[in-house]
Design a protein around this ligand. Sequence first.
Ligand code: SF4
Length: 420
Amino acid sequence: MDITEKKNSAIENSKIDKLEKLLEVKNLKTFFYTEEGIVKAVDGVSFDIYLDEVLGLVGETGCGKSVTALSILQLVRETGKIIEGSIKFNDINLLELSEQEMREYRGNQITMIFQDPLNSLNPVMSIGKQVSEVFLLHQKEKLKKTQDNLRLERKKLIDERMNLKKELIKKEKDGLISEEEKKIFKLKIDDLKDKIQRTPLLKHLALDEAEKIIKEVGIADARGILKRFPHELSGGMRQRIMISMGLSCNPLLLIADEPTTALDVTIQAQILDLMQKLKKKFKTSILLITHDLGIIAETCNRIAVMYSGNIVEYATADDLFKNPRHPYTKGLIAAIPSIETKNKKLKTIRGMVPNLIFPPSGCRFHPRCDERLEICDKIKPSWIEISDKYHIACHLYDPKYKDSSKYKWANEEDIESFKV
Ligand code: SF4
C-alpha cells in the first residue's frame, strides 16, 4: 500500500475542531552561541497540540526538531538560549516559570523519551531503582498517602487483636468461656497476627508502583526486571522501560524524540503499537519527532514539517499525505521507497540541509527547490492559512507572489532527475 493511502484511524476517531488546546508554541526562537557564530536552530516555530492527539514533527536530521522539544522542557544545553516566543501549557507560559516551578512540570505533566534508551538509562543503577525514582521524585505525596493508609490499617488490626486478647483474658478469669470458644478466640488472634505486616517504606511502595507500570508496557516478568541493569535488556525492552518511566506520572504530554530509530522494524512496530494503546488508556497527548514519514502516517493526527529551523507545512495527516503542497514535503514523500516503483531511480531532494549559522536568504529551501520563483531567495515566505487548519510557508501559495516569474535553473536535466 502506498504511504499516502495509509489509513489513519487516529484522525477518523477525533475531530480537531472539538479538541481542547493543551500546548501552544508561538514564534519560538532558540539560538546557540558558538565560536563559529550564532546557530539559529529554531527560528520562529509555532504549533499547537490538542488534548489526546498525536502531532508528528518531521524533517531531516539537523532541522531543529529535537531542539524544539528540548525548548519546551527548557532543557536546551549550554550555549543555547531561548531568545523569543512563548510556550503555553494549559495557558501557563512555561518560559516565565522559575527553574523550581519548571521542575514541577518536567516528568510530571510533560515527559520525554529519547532516541537511544541505552544512553538515557543509568548503566550503574538497577531498572527498579531508576523507575521507582520517578515515583519518589514526582509522586511522593501520593506514596505518603498510601503509606498513611497502610499505617492506619495496621493500627486497626493491632487494636482489634489487643481487644480480642483482653476479652479472652477477662472471659477466662470469669470462667465464662468453654474450651471450644477459647480455640476460636485463639484462631482469630493468630489470624490477625499474620495479617499485621510492617508498614512498607516509601522506597518499597515506589518499587511496587514501578512493577505495575512496567507490566503496563507489556513486560511479563516485571518483578524480575526490577533487579536487572540496562545492559542486561534488549533494545526493545530498554525502550519499553523508558516509556514506562515517561508514563509513570500519567503526564498530559509525552514528547517522543525518535523513539524507534535505534530499534529494528519488528520492535519498532511493537513500540508504536504500545504507544497508541497507552495513549488511549492514559489520554496522553504525544509530540512524535521523527524523520520517518511511514511512522508519521500511521500514528499522527496532524503533522508539522520542519525545515532548517522553521515549520514549512502544518496540516492534518490526511490532508498532508493526500495532497502535499510544500515542495519540501513533496520531496520527502517522493523519496520514500515503494514496491510499486521498483527498478526506478529513487527520488531525492537536491543538495544538503543548510548551515544554520549562515542560513540561505529568503526561503531557506530555495537552493534545493525545483519550483523556485525569482523572488524566493529575496523574500522570506509568510505563514499562510490556505484552508481550515492548513498552514504553509511558501510563495507559491501566497496570492501576492504566486504569479511571479519562475527561477531558471542552470541545468534543466539535473532538475528533471529531481522532479517529484
Ligand atoms: Fe520553493 Fe520558493 Fe516555496 Fe521556498 S518559497 S519552497 S523556494 S517555491
